[in-house]
Write a new protein. Structure first.
Length: 157
């Protein structure tokens, strides 16, 4: 949801003053998609939609995965994530700021990419042989996409 709202000018990104931007050197003004309540709503909607074709358990898991993005953003973002959508109430913004230490944030994100790909692969291969082959391919694609994203981000830093 962030990309369409960014394209529409509803949300924005600005460089940290004194930098030319790049990995960890941006302030993200995502007052709708990255607010705590907005993330909970997006996760609930995604979980409900996913539950229809795949069942309640899958919907809960996928909703939790969607919300986990906000939890991970909380660790790396500077204090730019509002509690309420649109920063209603002008409450304090959240973010622990790991992006201020790019090497540490890249290592944490790398660990998460590898762990996520492994967890997906481990669960997916426990099905039929045909599904296991597909899981191997998708696990490698997920891992590769994550590693490429991190590499590009690190080069921009």
């Amino acid at each position: 949801m962030f990309a369409p709202l960014l394209g529409a000018g509803v949300e924005s990104i600005e460089n940290v003053p004194g930098t030319s931007g790049g990995y960890g050197k941006a302030i993200i003004h995502a007052d709708w998609t990255h607010s705590l309540v907005g993330a909970l709503v997006l996760a609930a909607v995604f979980g409900l939609v996913a539950a229809r074709p795949w069942g309640r358990r899958a919907g809960l898991v996928l909703g939790a995965v969607v919300f986990s993005h906000w939890l991970l953003d909380l660790i790396v973002h500077r204090g730019d994530m509002p509690i309420l959508p649109g920063n209603a109430g002008d409450l304090p913004r959240l973010g622990f700021g790991l992006w201020k230490v790019p090497a540490a944030s890249i290592l944490v994100e790398l660990a998460l990419v590898v762990a996520g790909a492994w967890l997906y692969w481990r669960a997916a291969v426990q099905t039929t042989a045909a599904d296991a082959r597909r899981a191997n391919l998708l696990g490698l694609l997920i891992l590769g996409a994550g590693l490429i994203t991190l590499a590009v981000d690190a080069l921009v830093a």
